[in-house]
Design a protein around this ligand. Structure first.
Ligand code: PLZ
Length: 452
């Protein structure tokens, strides 16, 4: 691991917030309590929240709440504010664009920033083949469109998604998502022609990458048949499913099989994209070149934007007017994306993600050595997780996981859980976080682990 305590060169942004954990009231404090009561009365219970606060400012590595508490942000709003919240270049670009024009609809009167984002994604995504990009508003919408594009290009209908996969909450993406509660339960019927294949989950299946791929491919061939299959969609590292890093060789074997069988290989990099894993895209770690890649989250530093980027021949298969949407590639979101992409490329954020990953991994592994309830520490770059188990049986321990997360939030550290079994704590700090804050956050986690 890197032992250098480098101060990040990344601008902190937004209001210049003291980079400190500061808990001045109970969490939630009285003002957040009031706002939470209004939320409960005005917003449906289905829209949950992790931290019982209301945010008023954020930047660097902190989120400040309505009571003046400054919480360490180890979630980045689910891997979104990777360049840092209210990054100054993003703020300036958004302010300039919003004063110029807020919307024309790209399908009515196109504008340059959309094209510039497309050019940047065509250049930055894996592979040097000819690519094109279409822009949308959310990760789920990008996934929906990737499937549309693959079906149109192949003339086939079936789509394979994997165990532990997460692809969104719209009807088709709920079908693609593996976990029933809370994402799907009671919300069916789901879109047809979606099939599920087994993943590589080394901690739980003990299979080599090639063996796990052979298992998946055999199931796909027997249950669906390559001739009927338009696309295979997979997150290179499962996000909501538990930060599962597939065994070496799994992804290349699946991608090769797709290529040999005319099946479109879609990498869903909505959570893993844009420097998060210590590479611009996680596919690079596994040596795969997806036919289509979906992105969102980190792309525009918090403004709603998403993309499908991929082989020009596939992207061009749709008839004119077949792809789009009123807001897709909104000019304000595109301005934010161009500023964020510039920061990803030029502010050392890929290296910073690697440093953060090394620091998190070393510390969490040290905790694991003295506490067998941490079954595994895994992940790449600034996308790291700890899986909690019953040491005697290896069974997932969701109750312990949620108790630790709650204890951390009460102490002023925002941590997120994930995993099919709800037994994973994931770390997705903004890449603008400093080492001291990161260490303080880890101290709080270690103390919580000792207590619960
Ligand atoms: N694909 C890989 O991670 C979003 C969802 C949180 P949207 N993940 C966070 C929740 O509980 O809703 C995600 C993802 C991957 C697609 C999506 C969907 O992206 O922008 O939330 O639609």
């Amino acid at each position: 691991m890197s032992t250098t305590t480098s101060t990040p060169t990344i601008p902190l942004g937004g209001p210049t917030l003291p980079q400190e954990r500061r808990v001045v009231t109970a969490i939630p404090g009285p003002r957040s309590e009031e706002l939470l009561a209004r939320k409960a009365a005005a917003v449906p219970a289905g829209v949950g929240h992790t931290a019982p606060i209301h945010a008023v400012a954020a930047g660097g590595g902190v989120v400040v709440d309505a009571d003046g508490n400054s919480l360490i942000d180890l979630g980045s709003g689910i891997a979104v504010t990777s360049v840092g919240n209210a990054h100054p270049a993003v703020v300036a670009a958004v302010q300039a664009q919003v004063a110029q024009f807020t919307h024309t609809c790209f399908m009515i009167s196109p504008y340059e920033s959309y094209v510039a984002v497309a050019e940047a994604l065509n250049r930055l995504t894996p592979g040097d083949h000819e690519k094109k990009t279409a822009l949308f508003n959310s990760g789920a919408e990008a996934v929906e469109n990737a499937v549309k594009i693959a079906r149109k290009a192949t003339g086939r209908q079936a789509v394979v998604a994997f165990d532990h996969g997460y692809h969104g909450r719209t009807n088709l993406t709920m079908a693609l998502t593996a976990k029933s509660m809370p994402y799907k339960s009671g919300f069916g019927p789901f879109a047809p022609e979606v099939y599920r294949a087994p993943l590589s989950y080394p901690f739980r299946d003990g299979l080599s990458g090639p063996d796990a791929a052979a298992r998946a491919i055999s199931q796909i061939e027997k249950q669906i048949g390559a001739d009927n299959l338009a696309a295979v969609i997979i997150e290179p590292i499962q996000g909501e499913g538990g930060f599962i890093v597939p065994a070496d060789g799994f992804l290349p074997a699946v991608a090769d099989w797709c290529r040999e069988n005319g099946v479109v290989f879609i990498a869903d990099e909505v959570q893993t994209g844009f420097a998060r894993t210590g590479a611009m895209f996680a596919s690079e770690h596994f040596g795969i070149v997806p036919d289509l890649i979906t992105t969102a989250k980190g792309i525009a530093a918090g403004l709603p934007l998403a993309a499908v980027t991929g082989r020009a021949d596939l992207m061009d298969a749709s008839h004119p007017g077949g792809l789009g949407g009123t807001y897709g590639g909104n000019p304000v979101a595109c301005a934010a994306a161009l500023a964020a992409i510039d920061a990803f490329e030029n502010d050392g954020l890929i290296e910073r993600a690697q440093q953060i990953g090394a620091r998190l991994t070393a510390r969490l592994n040290a905790m694991r050595e003295s506490d067998p309830r941490i079954g595994e520490v895994r992940g790449l770059g600034a996308m790291i997780a700890a899986e909690f188990v019953d040491p005697a049986t290896g069974a997932p321990d969701a109750a312990l996981t949620s108790a630790i997360a709650k204890a951390c939030i009460a102490e002023g550290v925002i941590v997120l859980t994930c995993g099919t079994y709800g037994n994973v704590i994931r770390f997705l700090p903004p890449l603008s976080i400093g080492d001291e804050l990161l260490d303080d956050g880890l101290d709080v986690i270690a103390a919580a682990l000792g207590r619960v």
